[in-house]
Design a protein around this ligand. Structure first.
Ligand code: 4NP
Length: 157
């Protein structure tokens, strides 16, 4: 069982998108027994909320239903529970590294764009919160690309 936690700032746009796309891919491959997928935010201002309505709309246009509820990242529990903690941008990675208490915890931190195959010119998934529709489409393009790479990385290990 591979346990993967996607992390962004608010847990209402990028990381729930990643969670929904990865769960869809796992389901399509009938690998539900092999993966535990969740997401969390480093900022707690949206705890309990569904993903942002714009994120849900753009995801739905691609066939993904995003119905997770925002929660915060719990360093002590989440570094123990998950095998991979996958951040979206420099700020996420920096904060996760600050929260990690030892090398084992630090070794679980990954940057999602490192798994991209097509969008290799990006080293982060930009925060779409203050952007228009194009920002949400870019988030989904990057996440779909990265998650195929991440799924294969996990499947080959
Ligand atoms: P996310 O986007 O990190 O992709 O969920 C954001 C959502 C909310 C805020 C920032 C980013 N915010 O400042 O409230």
């Amino acid at each position: 069982m591979k346990k993967i936690l996607f992390v962004c700032l608010g847990n209402i746009c990028r990381s729930p998108g990643a969670e929904g796309i990865m769960k869809d891919l796992v389901r399509k491959n009938k690998r539900e027994a092999d993966f535990h997928i969740d997401s969390a935010g480093l900022y707690g201002g949206h705890v309990g909320a569904l993903p942002d309505a714009r994120m849900r709309k753009h995801a739905a246009l691609r066939g993904y239903t995003l119905d997770s509820r925002a929660r915060v990242f719990y360093p002590s529990a989440d570094f123990l529970e998950f095998d991979m903690i996958v951040g979206m941008d420099d700020q996420n990675i920096r904060q996760l590294c600050q929260l990690a208490e030892n090398d084992e915890e630090r070794s679980k931190i990954y940057r999602i764009t490192d798994f991209c195959r097509k969008y290799t010119q990006y080293n982060m998934v930009p925060d779409p919160y203050y952007d228009g529709a194009d920002g949400f489409e870019l988030v989904l393009d990057l996440l779909e690309d990265a998650i195929v790479g991440l799924y294969e990385y996990c499947s080959n290990k």
